[in-house]
Design a protein around this ligand. Structure first.
Ligand SMILES: Cc1ncc(COP(=O)(O)O)c(C=O)c1O
Length: 364
């Protein structure tokens, strides 16, 4: 993976680093997209060039994730927050019960949104362990007739990730994959709905991808706005209204880049290696620590603290001076967080580890 000298290693949790070839292509095409003499932002979404881009992006995503014809793939305006509000409107009839498995703050927020429309049953809540582990499946309290089971495969703030798909409920599984989608292969057939905001592994903020099993669509509540009604958006190829065309375009470039990298198996291998070496550096040191149980540590978001938090500020300043940016942890957790999405090159992780070792040697 290329990395120009003037670019920093950006560990932001999102909006996050994008692949350099994607940025370069967007730059090269900005004034003249496909010989049109216009940028992609300046053309109609109904024109043949954009319709072709939309079809190409869907086809590439289907190929990358192995999505069958049993599913619609939608590109929807807004982020994951709008998507988790849309889930109950689309899947839960009035008076229905919905199951939520909480392993961090995004799951909590999704459950709070669902509570506006349905009776929410909390299947299990990791808050008791400060979200440092996934509660044991034996302790999960599923409801008998849930409209769906919602969970967050990767909790971006606390860095807790499921490394397999929970297999406990007959209700359709709904997954907020915002911070893990496309980081490795997944078996889409295990899910009823997968959704993800774009600004981590897909592209630029402003768009979300939603993959929904076709038989789950068509039953949205009558008060559901058309722009978030899965059936309405599916029958209109995600263009019932004007889509965020530039964000969609960037997603299409990112999907092509992923395919050129060798697809999800190759990226998954690289992501596993990146995460393993950073966790090893943390665990091998008496100065840095990560509280998450080993079997549920995230490959994408690695929070860590310094033994002496009065050094946090100087750590961040020196890291930034060394070209390692956006390492400040989320305000709910404190300390540091290194996000290692697809576009973070392995060289960035190596540079971070070298910096951490040197910092510990001189300050620790
Ligand atoms: C797992 C997860 N879900 C939901 C969201 C909210 O996404 P958005 O801000 O795009 O609505 C985020 C944002 O970081 C996230 O990490």
């Amino acid at each position: 993976m290329t990395h120009s000298a003037h670019r920093v290693f950006n560990f932001s949790a999102g909006p996050a680093v994008l692949p350099e070839p994607v940025l370069e292509q967007a730059q090269a095409e900005l004034l003249d997209w496909k010989g049109s003499g216009m940028s992609v932002m300046e053309v109609s979404h109904r024109g043949s060039d954009f319709v072709e881009l939309a079809a190409h992006s869907e086809a590439t995503l289907r190929e990358l994730l192995g999505i069958s014809d049993d599913y619609y793939v939608l590109f929807l305006a807004g982020g994951a927050t709008l998507q988790f509000a849309s889930v109950p409107l689309n899947l839960a009839a009035a008076g229905a019960t919905v199951d939520y498995l909480l392993t961090g703050s995004w799951g909590q927020k999704a459950a709070a949104e669902a509570a506006r429309y349905a009776t929410v049953n909390i299947v299990a809540d990791g808050a008791g362990s400060h979200f440092t582990e996934i509660p044991a499946p034996e302790s999960w309290k599923l409801s008998e007739h849930a409209a769906y089971l919602h969970y967050t495969p990767n909790e971006t703030i606390v860095g807790v990730e499921f490394h397999s798909v929970p297999d406990v409920s007959t209700a359709p599984l709904v997954a907020d994959m915002s911070s893990t989608i496309l980081s490795r292969p997944i078996d889409v057939d295990r899910f009823g709905v997968i959704y993800a905001g774009a600004q981590k592994n897909i592209g630029a903020a402003g768009i979300a991808v939603l993959i929904v099993r076709k038989d789950l669509t068509g039953n949205a509540r009558k008060e559901t706005p058309g722009v978030i009604d899965y059936a309405t958006m599916a029958t209109n190829d995600s263009m019932w209204n004007t889509p965020p065309t530039f964000s969609w375009y960037i997603s299409a470039l990112v999907f092509d880049w992923i395919r050129d990298q060798g697809g999800l198996a190759a990226l998954g291998e690289r992501n596993r290696r990146k995460a393993e070496k950073l966790y090893a550096a943390i665990d091998d040191s008496a100065f840095y620590s990560n509280p998450v149980r080993l079997d549920c540590r995230s490959w994408m978001n690695v929070p860590f603290t310094l033994a002496d938090d009065s050094l946090d500020k100087v750590f961040l300043q020196r890291a930034a001076a060394a070209g390692l940016t956006n390492l400040k942890g989320h305000r709910l957790v404190g300390g540091m967080r290194a996000s290692l999405y697809n576009a973070m090159p392995e060289a960035g992780v190596d540079a971070l580890i070298a910096f951490m070792e040197e910092f510990e040697r001189t300050q620790g």
